[in-house]
Design a protein around this ligand. Structure first.
Ligand SMILES: Cc1cc2nc3c(=O)[nH]c(=O)nc-3n(C[C@H](O)[C@H](O)[C@H](O)COP(=O)(O)O)c2cc1C
Length: 199
């Protein structure tokens, strides 16, 4: 190979390597920006467009996000109950004191825990719940954590309407739909809550 061709080949290889590296960097920035934007823009949504349905693909993605959560010893004690029956949603809206928005949404996910599988089911199910809330934000859906556990009366209401087995308890009912009106995330950053090495 002549010197000239050698240098042309070398420059071509370097250009390809450089452009693939900078593309990788660009992809990483996109991934970082996308993930952090979802985290910082998540907010509780309590007003919904009543008749706008959530697609099956989105519901599947929300459940998948829930199942991607970490859990102690990887026990995954969660169960996910999808409710899209108008009658059940309306009854639960009437009976649950802090989940009135169930009357406005087309569906809800109840994140439940298997109390036999793990005595710390509520921790794992909380991680799963946050994942669902973040996925909802990413999908432009509105959602809010409404507490069932540890309130006996609220858990009894959810169990009554859903035939949940005895060893399973509902942690949270998440009403999900398309947001009505403007909602913005709160800025909760607070330096006074940060401690370094010692309190
Ligand atoms: C453990 C827990 C229980 C909650 N229970 C309810 C509830 O029953 N009803 C409700 O409307 N919001 C409930 N929320 C949502 C909080 O009110 C909300 O996260 C808080 O006001 C902060 O607002 P943000 O989610 O928009 O950041 C609950 C949140 C958590 C983490």
């Amino acid at each position: 190979m002549s010197k000239k061709y050698f240098f042309i080949s070398l420059i071509t290889v370097c250009t390809i390597l450089f452009s693939s590296c900078s593309q990788k960097e660009e992809n990483q920035i996109t991934k970082k920006d996308a993930a952090l934007s979802v985290i910082f823009n998540r907010k509780s949504v309590r007003n919904f467009i009543k008749d706008r349905q959530v697609s099956d693909e989105d519901i599947q993605m929300l459940i998948k996000a829930g199942m991607a959560a970490p859990s102690g010893k990887d026990t995954r004690p969660w169960q996910f109950l999808i409710i899209n029956d108008r009658d059940i949603l309306d009854k639960m809206a009437k009976e649950l004191p802090t989940a009135k928005m169930l009357a406005e949404v087309p569906m809800a996910i109840v994140v439940c825990g298997d109390t036999v599988r793990s005595s710390y089911w509520y921790l794992d199910c909380s991680a799963a719940t946050e994942n669902i809330l973040l996925a909802a934000e990413a999908l432009d859906l509105g959602a809010v954590w409404t507490a069932s556990y540890p309130y006996r009366d609220r858990m009894a209401t959810v169990i009554k309407h859903t035939n949940m087995p005895a060893q399973v308890l509902p942690l949270v009912v998440i009403p999900i739909g398309y947001p009505k009106g403007n909602h913005s995330a709160k800025d909760k950053y607070d330096e006074s809550k940060i401690h370094m090495n010692k309190w």
